[in-house]
Design a binder for this molecule. Structure first.
Ligand SMILES: [Fe+2]
Length: 237
């Protein structure tokens, strides 16, 4: 199972400490800090891979400010508190997700850990000037699995539209085949032995500021203008 966000991927994370000094740490995409000291939070919010206004006009800076700066940050903060209570500090994000998945008494821990992972993956599933068509082996696998790229887009949109309430639409690799799956709330392909390739957040907080109730328009825009096929292809490796 591919438990990482891509071979060799490293993010520069910047954490502003309470004293106002800036602590920079090279860390994995999951937000695990490596040099901020024993009193620093175990997980920190990974840096966005682009500026908050970089996805305009398709997703506004206001949306990213709230979605990334408030929602994603809150999941990180909650995870840090719950990991202490569960005595899971020092473990990787993936380990916490896999250990807590399906356990009713650890639902809060799973939900926040999975949402940290899902959102970090979601930001990388988009890029300025995205959309278009995949190429290379990913394009071949999409044709094999869905018949054509257009058929994939139709099926992905259908999954995103029919996810009732909050959740996610995913392109995943499951064994030798690519599949489209939808997950509810914080659930994640990682907990089901699938390798995520591309994610679209269909919680209302992902699109309501820009698209109000028009989830279909958001999903269409995601596919036509935002989807990062280079990132998706990198997750197949
Ligand atoms: Fe979200």
């Amino acid at each position: 199972m591919n438990l990482t966000f891509g071979k060799g991927w490293v993010a520069m994370l910047v954490l502003v400490s309470l004293s106002g000094t800036v602590i920079a740490a090279n860390a994995q995409a999951q937000g695990k800090t490596s040099s901020a000291g024993e009193n620093a939070p175990a997980f920190i919010l990974p840096a966005l891979p682009y500026a908050q206004d970089a996805l305009e006009p398709h997703l506004s800076a206001r949306t990213l400010s709230v979605h990334y700066g408030k929602h994603h940050q809150a999941y990180v903060d909650n995870l840090n508190k719950l990991a202490v209570g569960a005595k899971m500090t020092g473990q990787s994000l993936e380990s916490i997700i896999l250990q807590s998945a399906g356990k009713a008494d650890q639902a809060g821990l799973f939900n926040n850990a999975a949402q940290v992972w899902n959102h970090t993956f979601f930001w990388k599933s988009m890029k300025p000037g995205g959309g278009g068509v995949p190429t290379g082996r990913l394009a071949e696998q999409i044709n094999v699995s869905f018949g054509s790229f257009d058929a994939f887009k139709t099926a992905f949109s259908e999954a995103a539209m029919t996810q009732f309430g909050s959740g996610w639409a995913w392109l995943v690799k499951d064994g030798d085949m690519l599949k489209i799956v939808k997950t509810s709330n914080a659930d994640t392909p990682l907990a089901h032995g699938q390798t995520a390739l591309l994610a679209c957040d269909v919680w209302e907080h992902a699109y309501y500021i820009d698209y109000q109730n028009r989830r279909k328009d958001f999903v269409q825009t995601f596919l036509d203008h935002l989807a990062n096929w280079d990132f998706a292809a990198s997750q197949m490796e």
